[in-house]
Design a protein around this ligand. Structure first.
Ligand SMILES: N[C@@H](CCC(=O)N[C@@H](CS)C(=O)NCC(=O)O)C(=O)O
Length: 219
């Protein structure tokens, strides 16, 4: 069976992406959890991950796939029937653009509003640069929802929703003011059974970790 290595569900935004993708798509996997609170976490991560980061997917043949986007693309190839990208060529190209933009961008938001799915920090971390990222994200979501009619960014749940799920939690945790149609999309993401399951498991396994650099720089 596929194995997915992830870190603490409260904090690990990159882990949430493939976990939610696989869970919502009904792709079975064994979860291996590494903990940020472990004094040896860097070595633990390195044992499986050449980059020293999670998530990592371990294929049935033992090959390790690190980096959330490489994992998503590998799953697309392994499970074509799951339609993890939109089926329409132009929607799929659009989805790839916004996922790539998420994967390589929004640094100000990521650095100043790190994911914590169990916390409420209204107003913390906000500044004008963060707001620029938030405005761009809202524009991206609005365009998708207007074009594709919802309920998810490309109609049915896809890699795009999985990649933005940690942003949904951040906007909620930091009580960022957003238009009602954006809040409505966020609520639909929170209502996904995979999301509910992630958050309740995060509460069960929660361990406080007093993050300092470098994690805060790479949330
Ligand atoms: N680009 C990577 C980012 C992975 C990443 O930064 N993961 C964090 C956890 S959410 C991590 O492993 N941090 C450990 C560290 O920086 O020491 C991906 O898409 O998977």
């Amino acid at each position: 069976m596929l194995k997915l290595l992830i870190a603490d569900k409260a904090y690990s935004s990159w882990s949430l992406r493939p976990w939610l993708l696989m869970t919502e798509a009904g792709i079975e996997f064994e979860e291996i959890k590494l903990r940020f609170g472990s004094p040896t976490y860097k070595e633990d991560f390195k044992t499986y991950s050449p980059s020293g980061r999670v998530p990592v997917l371990i294929l049935d043949n033992g090959q390790t796939i690190w980096d959330s986007l490489a994992i998503a693309e590998t799953l697309v190839e392994q499970f074509p029937q799951k339609q993890l990208w939109p089926q329409d060529f132009s929607k799929r190209a659009h989805a790839r653009c916004i996922v790539a933009e998420m994967h390589s961008g929004y640094q100000k938001l990521r650095a100043n509003m790190p994911m914590h799915v169990l916390a409420k920090f209204p107003g913390r971390g906000w500044n004008l640069e963060v707001q620029k990222d938030i405005d761009r994200i809202c524009q991206v979501w609005k365009e998708c929802l207007d074009k594709n009619g919802g309920p998810m960014l490309f109609g049915q749940f896809s890699i795009a929703d999985a990649f933005f799920a940690p942003v949904v939690t951040r906007l909620d945790t930091y009580a960022v003011a957003v238009p009602s149609y954006i809040r409505a999309y966020m609520d639909r993401v929170f209502a996904l059974s995979g999301m509910q399951s992630w958050i309740s498991k995060a509460a069960e396994e929660f361990e406080f970790v007093d993050f300092e650099e470098p994690y805060r720089a790479q949330p």
